[in-house]
Unconditional design. Structure first.
Length: 118
């Protein structure tokens, strides 16, 4: 069974930075894609960033382009989300996700809370 453990959230001021981490465990973990989603208070979950496990550049939601940077460490089965110049509208619960079947997000972390105050 695959488990994703996401961490690194916190309460910060606008303009600050945070780095989220997500580590996957499971003997047969072999994703096609991994990514980050977020769910702001009272809103739907939305895509933030994603990267193909086999290589290539990360893709980002327009709202975070130029401020967030996603990376992966294949040896550690881990992904990271460096979030810079945080804004109050970035406040949300952030989830890491993995897709093992093309076009699907099959596994989810429990989420880590990010709160940005002005």
């Amino acid at each position: 069974q695959v488990q994703l453990v996401d961490s690194g959230g916190g309460s910060v001021q606008a303009g600050d930075s945070l780095r989220l981490s997500c580590t996957a465990s499971g003997r047969t973990f072999s994703p096609v894609i991994m990514g980050w989603f977020r769910q702001p208070p009272g809103k739907e979950r939305e895509f933030v960033a994603g990267i193909r496990w086999g290589g290539g550049s990360a893709e980002y939601a327009d709202s975070v382009k130029g401020r967030f940077s996603m990376s992966r460490d294949i040896r550690k089965n881990a992904i990271y989300l460096q979030m810079n110049t945080l804004r109050p509208e970035d406040t949300a619960t952030y989830y890491c996700a993995a897709g093992v079947v093309k076009g699907s997000w099959n596994y989810w972390g429990r989420g880590t809370q990010v709160t940005v105050s002005s």
